[in-house]
Design a protein around this ligand. Structure first.
Ligand code: FAD
Length: 286
């Protein structure tokens, strides 16, 4: 197995473009190394992105932050401006694993591992985040909801990698929240994850909203009817009940020992409603 640690994006792309062997990007390694150790996957080539400045820094890009795909969770949860702008994304990332895992695990790895239960992915979707992808033809930018295409499968080609995640800067009246349900108190995979982002005016009227669910379908779900349910309201009880109903209707979950279809569907409604209330309060609507 060959291990390489490029210093620039173009060096990394060059390595990724070279051969057709089984190549893997290494970010924190908290998924990749577990998969390799368990014999589930054995790449012939590992490309470690942690020496690439664009992938390991949180940069200011005008109205947005560019969060390097290789920045660990621990660093994100200490970034005051990001916490202020995206408390939901940061709390979703912070739920991943333990203190040790937080020192390694990244947003980029959580996204590209393409698990339907990945905690940060619904939160990034609700935040309308995009990712910057580098490949042989230069850079392209993709909405987060277009990255995971099936369990364990992403739309990132073999000769591409995610360099950074773009998140908007703080905006008054906008806030997000993420809640998940796990059968244990921690260190478990979401049975359901719900992320909500709302933008409200000074009177508490909803101007915009985006809602995404995890672990209830083969890929993360965007509740398409959420904006029309929430916009123009103060997220009163009746509105939130409609949102919960829409959340349940958008579920297509698996049935396994960790939760039946009925259970996951019901929890999706409950969590979506609660996350919406939290986002609304954070936005100043309480
Ligand atoms: C004990 C433990 C607890 C965990 N708990 C949770 C949890 O609660 N919630 C949760 O969602 N996950 C959990 N995970 C899974 C894992 O920690 C997360 O998915 C983490 O965010 C992965 O990030 P990473 O940087 O370690 O990814 P890596 O392991 O480095 O990479 C994961 C996959 O993505 C690819 N990849 C990584 N970065 C890029 C990139 N920039 N561009 C293209 N491809 C890339 C890799 O090749 C690999 O296939 C847990 C894992 C462990 C071991």
């Amino acid at each position: 197995m060959i291990y390489e640690r490029p210093n620039t994006v173009s060096e990394a792309v060059e390595i990724l473009s070279k051969s057709h062997e089984k190549k893997s990007i290494l970010a924190g390694g908290t998924d990749l190394l577990v998969q390799m150790r368990s014999g589930y996957y054995r790449p012939s080539h590992i490309v470690d992105i942690k020496n690439i400045p664009e992938a390991t820094q949180i940069r200011d890009d005008g109205d947005t932050f560019l969060v390097g795909a290789g920045v660990p969770g621990a660093q994100l949860s200490e970034h005051v401006e990001l916490i202020k702008a995206w408390p939901g994304v940061i709390e979703a990332m912070d739920l991943i694993g333990s203190t040790q895992i937080q020192g390694r695990a990244t947003l980029g790895g959580n996204l590209c591992n393409a698990s339907p239960a990945a905690d940060s992915v619904p939160a990034m979707i609700a935040a309308d985040a995009t990712c910057i992808i580098a490949g042989p033809n230069g850079y392209r930018e993709e909405k987060i909801e277009n990255v995971v295409t099936a369990p364990g499968v992403s739309s990132i080609a073999n000769n591409e990698f995610v360099v950074s995640i773009r998140l908007a800067k703080f905006k008054t009246g906008r806030a997000d929240a993420y809640l998940r349900f796990i059968p244990r108190t921690e260190m478990d995979i979401a049975v359901v994850g719900a992320a909500v982002c709302v933008l409200i005016d000074k009177k508490g009227i909803c101007l915009n909203a985006k809602v995404s669910l995890g672990a209830v379908a083969p890929t993360q779900v965007v509740i398409e009817t959420a904006p029309q349910i929430l916009i123009g309201t103060r997220l009163d009880e009746e509105t939130l009940d409609k949102l919960a109903k829409a959340a349940r209707a958008s579920c297509n979950p698996i049935d396994d020992k960790r939760g039946t279809i009925e259970y996951r569907t019901s929890v999706a409604g409950v969590l979506t409603k609660r996350a919406a209330k939290i986002a609304f309060d954070r936005a100043g609507g309480a």
